[in-house]
Design a protein around this ligand. Structure first.
Ligand code: FMN
Length: 189
């Protein structure tokens, strides 16, 4: 796929299924994360890959997290939470690995990790795969982070679900460039 075509057509899948990316496709997806902008060469992100039965364990972790956050959550709600881990054959958790002692502000490190998440999405799309980016409450739950081996001070910037797109991609309104881009004429207010 031509690079501009990728940038101008990428969208999130609404529904994903098997098959998972091949080992080669996965490698190419992960490689794209290594090429994101990174102030200070800190490489302030890490990726945690969850496949096969490990997704069931993630489902348990999500459900346990939800029942701790909301002790009133009923079985049906917890089952729905558990099911989220089975939304795709591959989940890539993108987390920061911030160095607070570095001269580079933490926000810049977080943005770099966010770029890694987008590159993963694009790396999947470029290879004909579907991907969706979710964060949600589990990302801010320290028990979820701890189960995934993520430090409390670090952030989950995305659960990136990757697989084969199923069904209708739907439509999304895209803003016209003229609505969000303007030239600054210089001068002072
Ligand atoms: C940082 C980030 C977090 C997101 N988290 C969620 C989420 O938790 N739940 C959700 O439904 N959409 C979430 N989204 C939005 C979708 O991933 C997606 O971008 C949106 O539905 C628009 O679709 P598009 O990517 O095709 O434009 C998130 C997007 C970003 C950038």
């Amino acid at each position: 796929m031509d690079a501009m075509q990728l940038l101008h057509t990428r969208y999130s899948a609404l529904k994903l299924g098997e098959p998972a990316p091949s080992a080669q496709a996965l490698r190419a997806i992960l490689e794209s994360a290594a090429h994101v902008p990174d102030h200070g060469r800190l490489q302030p992100w890490r990726l945690i890959l969850i496949v096969k039965d490990a997704r069931l364990s993630l489902g348990d972790v999500l459900a346990e997290g939800l029942s701790r956050r909301n002790p009133l959550a009923n079985e049906q709600t917890l089952a729905r939470e558990r099911q989220k881990a089975l939304r795709a054959p591959l989940i890539i958790v993108v987390a920061t690995r911030c160095d607070k002692s570095a001269k580079i502000p933490v926000i810049e490190q977080i943005l770099s990790a966010g770029c890694a998440a987008l590159s993963i999405m694009q790396g999947g799309f470029a290879q004909g795969l579907g991907a969706m980016w979710r964060i949600g409450d589990p990302a801010y739950d320290n028990t979820v982070k701890s189960a995934l081996g993520i430090e409390v001070d670090d952030l989950i910037v995305g659960f990136i679900y990757v697989g084969t797109e199923i069904g209708d991609p739907g439509t999304r309104p895209r803003r016209s460039v003229d609505e969000f881009a303007e030239h600054w004429a210089g001068g002072r207010a």
